[in-house]
Design a protein around this ligand. Structure first.
Ligand SMILES: [Zn+2]
Length: 53
């Protein structure tokens, strides 16, 4: 079951390349690659393992 996230900017986040990750803190913070809006970590962690086939 593939995870997806609909960003407020309208982008459908489906793959690792649709996310940016900030590893500067103790926890990873994921965000939309287009607009920088944070993506909930639960779904982002799953999407972070998905790549286009
Ligand atoms: Zn966005």
């Amino acid at each position: 079951m593939a995870a997806t996230h609909q960003c407020i900017c309208g982008k459908a986040i489906r793959y690792r390349q649709d996310l940016t990750v900030d590893r500067s803190g103790t926890t990873r913070t994921w965000a939309c690659v287009d607009c920088g809006t944070p993506v909930p970590s639960g779904v982002a962690e799953r999407i972070g393992h998905q790549y286009p086939s």
